[in-house]
Design a protein around this ligand. Structure first.
Ligand code: ADP
Length: 393
C-alpha cells in the first residue's frame, strides 16, 4: 500500500525577488533569488510494497515512511529497485504490482488556479528533457496547465527567479550550460508547488563541484517549498548530505533506514558498512570474546568463540605513529586527495596494504618506517559467513 496523506497546497506567501547577476560564468552559484512558493507537504508512506518483473523481484516487501516536508534518500547500487520504487511513488509504474495493492490518495483542497489533482507529484530526472523549441519560461510553465495563462507565467517566472535564471526567461534552452538546464528542470518541478517531489539521480550528470552547489541549492529550495521529497542516488555521500533520512536498498529490499549518522555509526551489516565507509578488512576467529588482529585485539561481544569474523577498520580511523609505536609498517605509496592523503602501508599479517586517510600535512614519504594503530571506535565486526550482525562498537 502506498499512501499520500494530507497533501495540501496553498498559494505562495512570498513575493519572488529579483534576478541576480551571473557573475563567474555559467556554472556560478546564483545569488539568493526570492523564495520558492510554499506547499503543504504530503505524508508519503510505502506499506509492504512488492514489484515483480517476470522472474525478477524488483521490490520485496518495502515499507517506508516519509513525514511531511522531509527528504528521504533512496540509496543503493544499480538494479536494487530504486527507480521502480520511485515510479510507484509517481503512480507511473504501469499496472498494479502483483504482490501489493498500491493506492495513491490525494486530498483535494481549495487553491487559486492550479487544479488540485495536478498538484500532487513533481518529478525531476537525470535525463531531464527541456523542449528546445520552447522558451525557458515556457518550459517551466509547461506543467502549469492553468486556464489563467498570466497567473501560470507569473508562477513559472517566480520559480525561474528562485533558481537564479529569471533573466533567461525569454531565451531558448540551448544557450544554457548543463548545470543551468538542471536548474530549469528544478524550477519546472517546483513551479506547480507539488506536495511530493521525486528526484531520480538528479545531479549525476554534473561535474563534482557543480553537483555540490546544486545539492546545496536544491536542499535550500526544498526546505522553502516544504515538499516531501524522495531523492534516488547511488552516491552514499550525496545521500548522507541530502537526506533527513536514508533508506539503503539491496536486491529489492530495505537493508536499513535511519539518519545519516545512524547508518554511518551502526551499519546493520557489512554491505551497509562498506556503503558508508572506506574500510580495511581482516578475517579472524573469536577467542575469549575478542577478535585478534595484527593491529590489536578488539571486543566482540555477542560472538561465540571460534566464530569466523571480518574485522572492518575505517580508513579514516587509522593512526600513523612513529617507529616503535603501534604495529610496525612501511609506507608503500601515497595519494594526494586534497585535504586528506591516502597512505598505503604494508603491515605484517595483512595480505593487502592497509589504507589510512590522514591529514595531507601528516602524509609521510614513501618508504618511511612507521607505526600504525586504529581507533577502537573505528572498528566494526561482522560474521564472515553472511555479514549480517550488529557491529561491536
Ligand atoms: P535501480 O533504479 O536501483 O537501478 P531498477 O528499479 O531500475 O533499479 O530495477 C530493479 C530491477 O528490476 C533490476 O533487476 C531491473 O533489471 C529490473 N527491471 C526494472 N524495470 C524493468 C522492466 N521494465 N522490465 C523488466 N525488468 C525490469
Amino acid at each position: 500500500m502506498l499512501d499520500f496523506l494530507k497533501a495540501r497546497t496553498r498559494p505562495p506567501t512570498e513575493t519572488p525577488g529579483h534576478g541576480g547577476n551571473r557573475s563567474g560564468g555559467k556554472t556560478s552559484v546564483p545569488a539568493r533569488h526570492g523564495k520558492a512558493a510554499v506547499t503543504f507537504a504530503a505524508h508519503l508512506r510505502f506499506d509492504d510494497v512488492s514489484r515483480r518483473y517476470g522472474e525478477t523481484l524488483a521490490l520485496n516487501r518495502v515499507s517506508l515512511d516519509v513525514p511531511p516536508g522531509k527528504v528521504l534518500c533512496l540509496l543503493g547500487p544499480s538494479g536494487c529497485g530504486k527507480t521502480t520504487l520511485l515510479r510507484i511513488a509517481a503512480g507511473a509504474s504501469g499496472r498494479a504490482p502483483a504482490a501489493c495493492s498500491s493506492t495513491i490518495r490525494r486530498s483535494p483542497v481549495p487553491n487559486r488556479f492550479v487544479p488540485p489533482e495536478k498538484r500532487g507529484v513533481g518529478l525531476m530526472f537525470q535525463d531531464f528533457a527541456l523542449f528546445p523549441h520552447l522558451t525557458i519560461l515556457d518550459n517551466v510553465a509547461f506543467g502549469l496547465r492553468s486556464p489563467d495563462q498570466g497567473a501560470s507565467r507569473a508562477e513559472a517566472h517566480a520559480a525561474l527567479e528562485r533558481v537564479g535564471l529569471g533573466q533567461y526567461a525569454g531565451d531558448y534552452p540551448h544557450i544554457l550550460s548543463g548545470g543551468e538546464q538542471q536548474r530549469v528542470a528544478l524550477a519546472r518541478a517546483i513551479a506547480p508547488r507539488p506536495g511530493v517531489l521525486l528526484m531520480d539521480e538528479p545531479f549525476s550528470g554534473l561535474d563534482p563541484r557543480l553537483r555540490e552547489t546544486m545539492r546545496e541549492d536544491t536542499l535550500a529550495i526544498l526546505h522553502e517549498t516544504r515538499a516531501t521529497c524522495i531523492v534516488v542516488t547511488h552516491d552514499a555521500e550525496e545521500a548522507m548530505r541530502m537526506g533527513d533520512s536514508v533508506a539503503l536498498l539491496r536486491k529489492g529490499h530495505v537493508v536499513q533506514t535511519g539518519t545519516a549518522p545512524e547508518l554511518y555509526r551502526a551499519p546493520t551489516d557489512i554491505f551497509a558498512a562498506r556503503t558508508f565507509s572506506d574500510l580495511n578488512e581482516v578475517t579472524t576467529r573469536i577467542e575469549q570474546g575478542r577478535a585478534p588482529t595484527p593491529l590489536g585485539t578488539f571486543d566482540a561481544k555477542g560472538f561465540a568463540d571460534g566464530t569466523e569474523v571480518i574485522v572492518c577498520m575505517r580508513q579514516g580511523g587509522m593512526r600513523l605513529l612513529g617507529q616503535g609505536e603501534g604495529a610496525p609498517g612501511r609506507v608503500l605509496d601515497t595519494r594526494f586527495l586534497g585535504d586528506v592523503g591516502l597512505v598505503e602501508v604494508a603491515v605484517q599479517g595483512f595480505d593487502a596494504p592497509i589504507l589510512a586517510r590522514v591529514r595531507e600535512a601528516d602524509v609521510p614519504a614513501r618508504g618511511t618506517e612507521v607505526g600504525i594503530s586504529v581507533d577502537a571506535g573505528a572498528v566494526l565486526i561482522f560474521p564472515a559467513e553472511n555479514g549480517e550482525a550488529l557491529p561491536s562498537s
